[in-house]
Ligand binder design. Structure first.
Ligand code: NAD
Length: 290
């Protein structure tokens, strides 16, 4: 296939490289001057999109996605697919998909989980929204860039799945960290805490697979001075998107709201910027109740 790839950053760069490695013709564009192995550079987004069977975008946010969509949709040929893999707000995902479909294109919103490591290794998980026909066109590319793709429903369903998952993740990480900090103050050994909780009803992915306590459980960013991993500011971005969606859908999400506020304080006022999102544990350890 001929693929246009717009946004060749930490995630998009290795994803585009994997498509090229698999034998596709990939024409890339990024505002920053980047060189990706096997990917030829276009002078603009529109040039990368022209004549492409599929255009993939991997951009920072919904406003940028909307601006790029305005530019590239007129350049794409009828029947081509617009596949956005960025994490953006549900409203932007739906608006861009509508615009693409109105122009005779197929549209898929397909945010990913798996991080930079997953992008490089081609082991991302894609959660996709769009028509079955649009999903079918993008699926062979998801298989190259990832290990799993779930078709979640109509346009916007991929973004909805992503932010709901990450809202659970943010809330659960905070609950796990505050419980460890309480256990410390009660004189409970961290290893014993892990041994009990990881095999009891308090278990979770944050405890069992990504334990925030250094030296306890499997290797995690806690064992590497809380270097990310999944940075606290990216968790904050996703929690903000979850609350934006909750407002737009009139959903009551008090735990998600509190998690957003705690990560906002952590990132903006408490040196959490650039730390893994599990560094909430030392944050709680350093605090007292008042
Ligand atoms: P990044 O900042 O490294 O990459 C974004 C790229 O887009 C940059 O290279 C930037 O120059 C480019 N860009 C911005 N505006 C542009 C424009 N108008 N035209 C062309 N290029 C433009 O970010 P990233 O880490 O690669 O993340 C990309 C998306 O993936 C985000 O939506 C993020 O939330 C999501 N995501 C990231 C991770 C992660 O671990 N990094 C994990 C899952 C999802």
């Amino acid at each position: 296939m001929k693929i246009g790839f717009i946004g060749l950053g930490n995630m998009g760069g290795p994803m585009a490289a994997n498509l090229a490695k698999a034998g596709h013709e990939v024409v890339g564009f990024d505002m920053a001057d980047v060189a990706i192995e096997g990917v030829s550079n276009a002078a603009s987004g529109a040039e990368a999109a022209k004549g492409a069977d599929v255009v993939i975008t991997m951009l920072p946010n919904g406003a940028i996605l909307r601006a790029v969509a305005d530019e590239i949709i007129p350049a794409m040929g009828a029947g081509a697919a617009f596949v956005d893999c960025s994490t953006v707000d549900v409203d932007s995902a739906r608006a861009v998909a509508e615009q693409a479909v109105a122009a005779g294109l197929l549209a898929v919103d397909a945010p990913v989980s798996g991080g930079v490591g997953g992008a490089a290794a081609g082991t991302l998980t894609f959660m996709a929204g769009g028509t079955p026909e649009a999903f079918a066109k993008a699926e062979p590319l998801f298989e190259i860039m990832g290990q799993k793709a779930v078709h979640c429903g109509a346009s916007g369903a991929g973004q909805a799945a992503k932010i709901c998952n990450n809202m659970i993740l943010g809330v659960t990480m905070i609950a796990t960290c505050e419980a460890f900090a309480l256990a410390d103050k009660l004189g409970l050994d961290r290893q014993k805490m892990f041994d009990v909780v990881s095999t009891s009803s308090g278990y979770s992915w944050t405890m069992n697979a990504y334990c925030p306590a250094p030296g306890v459980g499997p290797q995690s960013p806690a064992d590497n001075d809380y270097r990310p991993g999944f940075a606290a500011e990216l968790m904050l971005k996703d929690l903000r998107l979850s609350q934006q969606a909750a407002e737009s859908a009139d959903a009551d999400t008090p735990m998600g709201e509190l998690a957003r506020d705690l990560y906002a304080r952590f990132v903006d006022e408490e040196n959490g910027l650039g730390m893994d999102f599990s560094a909430m544990l030392p944050r709680f350890s350093a605090r007292s109740r008042g």
